[in-house]
Write a protein that binds this ligand. Structure first.
Ligand code: PLP
Length: 403
């Protein structure tokens, strides 16, 4: 029988995988020289990340969070691996069905849905819908009668570099109230979800959330409602500037918490990775448009790129996500610099306080690569702010991904 990969195998593989990912992307860039800015995604890395997660959490049903990177070749690569899709809108549903994904393997995970989108998703055969409020549950009852519904809990996102707290989720008490009411609205209460915040750097952060979810399962059971799905959301990190724990630690922590809280009566586990699946598979290539010193109050060197906050680097808002950068002069003399985007919006500053030392030899026309930029870059880019085109995505195929 085939043995699952060990954690050390996977860790070693992930280090060598990074070099292999960049080698394939670099060959593509050298051959095609696409105009900048652009994102290049190595589909083999997407496939490898999916395999690693499946090996470490074989009991989980994986639903890829499409919002992270909805490029059709990415979706097709994952659909071939029999992965489900967490969708946020009818646009994302259309993309998934467009590449041949099966509606029954999609889950409408957004808790803020247009009622006509719910009806469309229901008619298309999507079986699972999220909610976190009474009003959304009523919408589901009207537009998706008989559907399976799960309630999103609000949980702390401490340790996440891109927290998703406050806007989503309800209290455990409200979740019990709504889930036990769902049946009388003609819906099937099926489970609970949460999200511990994106780019979660602490593998132990799932524990309290799983514990809270367990209290909801128990209270619903006492009220005669048997839930059977626990969706532990996204949050698995990418490898940006600071080292994060290996995937095995996250998977191990989730398995341990499931055992601790649910014992032998664990529900079906569901996980919705977005960032983990595609970030490390991609690179964003930008070009230097201008290097300037303005004197006066700020003598620093400002490096202006053709990519910025509005065309790919949205997650540098608040300097939250610190991408690792690559230039042709790495290892040479460097000096702190401010990095900024090309638009005439003063919020279009990429890094000011984050202490990026940039090579002194860097010149106008040189490229700057943002590594692990395959998630939440092209999908976050504006349509045409300042007349700059939306960020292009190119995908690199290998024999394994085309098979
Ligand atoms: C409902 C839901 N699931 C999954 C994800 C993916 O999260 P991550 O990219 O951190 O894995 C998100 C991100 O916003 C989400 O809202």
């Amino acid at each position: 029988m085939k043995q699952p990969a060990s954690a050390s195998d996977l860790l070693g593989a992930s280090l060598s995988q990074r070099g292999a990912t960049l080698a394939r992307i670099d060959r593509f860039l050298a051959r095609q020289a696409p105009p900048t800015p652009c994102v290049v995604i190595d589909l083999e890395t997407v496939r490898q990340h999916c395999l690693a997660l499946r090996a470490l959490l074989p009991q989980a049903h994986i639903y890829y969070a499409v919002k992270a990177n909805p490029a059709p070749p990415v979706l097709a690569t994952l659909a071939k691996m029999d992965i489900g899709f967490d969708v946020a809108s009818s646009g994302e549903i259309g993309r998934c069905l467009g590449i041949g994904a099966v509606a029954q393997r999609c889950c409408f995970g957004n808790t803020i849905k247009r009622e006509s989108d719910i009806a469309e998703a229901h008619a298309a055969g999507i079986p699972l819908f999220a909610f976190d409020s009474a009003a959304e549950l009523e919408k589901l009852a009207r537009a998706a009668p008989g559907a399976r519904v799960f309630c999103r809990l609000a949980v702390p996102a401490t340790g996440a570099e891109w927290p998703l707290s406050r806007k989503f989720g309800c209290s455990a008490a409200m979740a019990v109230e709504l889930l036990t009411h769902a049946g009388s609205l003609g819906l099937r209460a099926t489970g609970v979800s949460f999200h511990v915040g994106s780019q979660q750097t602490d593998p132990l952060r799932w524990d309290a959330a799983i514990g809270t979810a367990c209290t909801v399962f128990n209270a619903c059971r006492r009220a005669g409602v048997m839930l059977d799905i626990l969706d532990v959301g996204g949050g698995l990190p990418a490898q940006y500037r600071t080292q994060v724990p290996p995937l095995a630690e996250y998977a191990g922590a989730i398995v341990t918490s499931m055992k601790r809280h649910f014992g032998s009566s664990a529900p079906q586990l569901m996980i919705e990775p977005g960032r983990y699946m595609t970030a490390d598979a991609g690179l964003l290539r930008a070009q230097v448009l201008l290097i300037a010193r303005h004197g006066g109050h700020d003598g620093r060197r400002w490096i202006y790129l053709d990519a910025g906050r509005y065309n790919g680097l949205a997650e540098t808002q608040g300097e939250a996500i610190h991408y690792a950068l690559r230039t042709g002069y790495d290892g040479g003399p460097a000096e702190a610099a401010v990095l900024a985007g090309p638009t005439c919006d003063s919020t279009d500053v990429i890094y000011d306080r984050a202490n990026y030392a940039m090579p002194l030899h860097l010149a106008i026309g040189d490229t700057v690569d943002f590594l692990s930029a395959g998630a939440y870059t092209a999908s976050y880019a504006s349509v045409e702010f300042n007349g700059f085109a939306p960020l292009a995505t190119h995908c690199v195929e290998t024999d394994a991904t085309t098979a």
